[in-house]
Design a protein around this ligand. Structure first.
Ligand SMILES: Cc1cc2nc3c(=O)[nH]c(=O)nc-3n(C[C@H](O)[C@H](O)[C@H](O)COP(=O)(O)OP(=O)(O)OC[C@H]3O[C@@H](n4cnc5c(N)ncnc54)[C@H](O)[C@@H]3O)c2cc1C
Length: 376
């Protein structure tokens, strides 16, 4: 059996699921994608992307669209709370000598680019739909959808995110997401001319940063230690965000602080993570993306490793006639890299919460970025 003969179901239309659908369809598989949200929405300001993500975009065929609608830049500037720059983390040009080593884009824009590519690849997209049951035998998977329809697939890819129901169906004993003790605030603001690339200000325990998402806009992110995973009422968003920035006297941050208002698209999100122990598949059902390795955003690499999963999975499925052999090969290629991202990101968060060793923080950042530059 080659990939061209296969019928594949993807559960979840986030970045990982769409990427898997695109690459499998382009390699000749007949792909259906079910997404539970009838509006296929993606929430939350901008998303930062490293060179490895841009390399994955190139492989997926969406790099040009990203460069047209997002922002690419080199280096990450590290500054003191009152403004002076103390370091610049190099971001190697992994996607090619002509492509900057990182960037950012609005999440809604990246989602639209991927959704267009998904449909263009010939994937059958079913919105507002999910799976009720999965039953496997040696030859395939029988799937019962929530509208009562039953269909048969050669392979099912669970890409339904941090709270994956596919994971629970497959592995009822799987670990549950763990709260990290930190939350992140994000907002969208006009881009001042001096913000040329990702820039962070390292406070004792709070870390604000900005990253341009286009020629005219940037997004602001601020990590804050919060011992309890509690809710913040939206009426408190603007004053709370301004208060977090108050000790940061860097002129650009004070300007940002003054601009924060009810129209700043503020999103508050407690940070949770999960690293699913191996195996990541059972028979002909495999999990990818946040469903198995949800990372906190300290290395800006969660979307990257989910999209890479999709590329590696499609490659191994084209390479091996037997799906279970392909799934074992996929997992062997992905485990170390994904574990590194989740564990190092979590450690960076721990250091920030404790106001810990800045040298260790910088070393982990540097080593992780170098590891991410390796081929997948
Ligand atoms: C605050 C925050 C900031 C982040 N910042 C960055 C960053 O700067 N850079 C970066 O690379 N990464 C970042 N990440 C991580 C990144 O957002 C995720 O790793 C990535 O979105 C995961 O994609 P996914 O497709 O695996 O899962 P998801 O994005 O969760 O997508 C899952 C999809 O499945 C659908 N779904 C769920 N259940 C079902 C069901 N039962 N049936 C059908 N469909 C279902 C959902 O509606 C959704 O569309 C950040 C994460 C957080 C929390």
């Amino acid at each position: 059996m080659t990939l061209a003969d296969r019928r594949i179901l993807v559960i979840g239309g986030g970045f990982s699921g769409m990427s898997a659908a695109i690459d499998c369809a382009r390699r000749g598989a007949r792909v259906d994608l079910v997404e539970i949200d009838p509006g296929w929405r993606n929430y939350g300001a901008g998303i930062s992307l490293g060179g490895a993500t841009l390399r994955a975009f190139r492989q997926l065929g969406i790099l040009e669209a990203f460069l047209a609608h997002g922002n690419a830049s080199d280096g990450v500037r590290i500054c003191l709370p009152h403004g002076p720059q103390v370091a610049e983390l190099p971001t190697p040009r992994i996607a090619g000598p002509e492509v900057p080593g990182g960037g950012a884009i609005m999440r809604t824009v990246l989602s639209r680019i991927l959704a267009d590519a998904t449909r263009a690849a010939g994937v059958s997209v079913h919105l507002g739909r999910t799976v009720q049951t999965l039953e496997q035998d040696a030859d395939g998977v029988s799937v019962q959808f929530d509208n009562g329809v039953r269909s048969r697939f050669d392979l099912v890819i669970g890409a339904d995110g941090l709270y994956s129901r596919t994971r629970t169906m497959l592995f009822p004993e799987a670990p549950v997401p763990r709260y990290s003790g930190q939350a992140v605030w994000r907002a969208v603001l006009p881009r001042p001319p001096e913000v040329q690339t990702a820039t962070m200000w390292i406070g004792p325990r709070v870390k604000p940063g900005v990253n341009p998402v286009s020629a005219t806009e940037m997004y602001l992110f601020i990590t804050e230690p919060r011992p309890l995973n509690d809710r913040v009422d939206p009426s408190e968003f603007v004053p709370r965000l301004r208060a977090l920035l108050e000790p940061f006297t860097a002129p650009v941050l004070q300007q940002v602080r003054d601009q924060i208002g009810p129209d700043s698209q503020i999103v508050f999100r407690p940070l949770e993570g999960l690293l699913m122990p191996r195996p990541w598949s059972k028979g002909r059902v495999v999990l990818i993306g946040d469903a198995v390795h949800a990372t906190t955003p300290h290395l800006a690499s969660g979307a990257c490793i989910g999209i890479e999963d999709a590329l590696v999975l499609a490659e191994e499925l084209s390479r091996h006639a037997e799906p279970t052999v392909a799934l074992a090969a996929f997992e062997a290629r992905r485990w170390d890299r994904c574990r590194m991202v989740v564990e190092n990101s979590f450690r960076l968060g721990e250091i920030e919460i404790a106001g810990g060793d800045k040298d260790e923080h910088a070393r982990i950042m540097r080593e992780s970025l170098m590891a991410l530059a390796q081929p997948i």
